[in-house]
Design a protein around this ligand. Structure first.
Ligand SMILES: Nc1nc2c(ncn2[C@@H]2O[C@H](COP(=O)(O)OP(=O)(O)OP(=O)(O)O)[C@@H](O)[C@H]2O)c(=O)[nH]1
Ligand SMILES: [Mg+2]
Length: 222
């Protein structure tokens, strides 16, 4: 009985996620889901990305999910972008319907890339599509190098992993090739990028990856 109810919830979420994606396609908005553990650096990566995207004339917007507070949205609003916080109360993931509702306050014609930062954890957000074209897991060195095999579904369903906080590599033992190999075994098409939001290393590759992925999605050519 419980399994049936859960499957029905997922099915209706999938349907709404498809509606979201149809809306993004109509508006030529490239939607990027951002998942990862609490504190992995999701919001910091978005702070770094916003300024870089504007330099290449791509207009970003952000929806950010948390259990409580609007702290992340407040950080991002300083960049003068369209941004909204979704507070879930107790829920450990965002759902497509919440994304749809939050978008009603946005001027979609002014957005090229929409980031959707999910509630921080490597479990619950995995099964809930939001309509995103691209799913990125922000994974960070201090979490340890065993997270991929311990939370396989999240990495299996992602298009890209950003390994953040590589500035910590000199402070702790972390085999950078191991989680990468494990992620590629789960998902041969996964893109793996190393970065440090602190030093800025790897941010250019991430921005380039976003740009190329958007162009591919909408068959844009220069
Ligand atoms: N040393 C170092 N610290 C970083 C880096 N990226 C982010 N941080 C720090 O990590 C902490 C958490 O970053 P956030 O961006 O808030 O993490 P988050 O994933 O958005 O966290 P939640 O929204 O709570 O799930 C902050 O103190 C950041 O300054 C990095 O590359 N290196
Ligand atoms: Mg955050």
């Amino acid at each position: 009985m419980q399994i049936q109810i859960y499957e029905n919830i997922l099915k209706s979420n999938d349907y709404l996620a498809e509606e979201n994606q149809a809306l993004f396609n109509r508006e030529s908005i490239f939607a990027v889901g951002i998942l990862g553990s609490p504190g992995a650096g999701k919001t910091t990566l978005l702070e770094r990305s916003v300024a870089e995207l504007e330099k290449i004339h791509l207009r970003p917007a952000v929806l950010v999910g948390d259990l409580a507070t609007s702290r992340d949205a407040e950080r991002l609003q300083q960049y003068d972008i369209q941004c909204a916080q979704i507070t879930t109360g107790g829920a450990c993931h965002l759902e497509a319907q919440q994304v749809n509702k939050a978008l009603k306050d946005f001027d979609l014609s002014q957005i090229d890339i929409l980031f959707i930062e999910n509630v921080g954890n490597l479990v619950c957000p995995t099964g809930f599509k939001l309509g995103e074209h691209l799913r990125t897991v922000v994974f960070s060195v201090p979490e340890g190098d065993e997270k991929v095999i311990k939370y396989p579904a999240t990495f299996q369903k992602a298009n890209c992993v950003v390994l953040n906080k590589i500035d910590y590599l000199e402070l702790q033992e972390f085999d950078i090739e191991k989680p990468k190999r494990e992620a590629q075994a789960l998902n041969p098409n996964i893109v793996w990028l190393n970065c440090s939001c602190r030093t800025g290393k790897g941010i250019d590759e991430w921005i380039n990856y976003l740009k190329i992925s958007k162009e591919k999605q909408f068959n844009e050519s220069n």
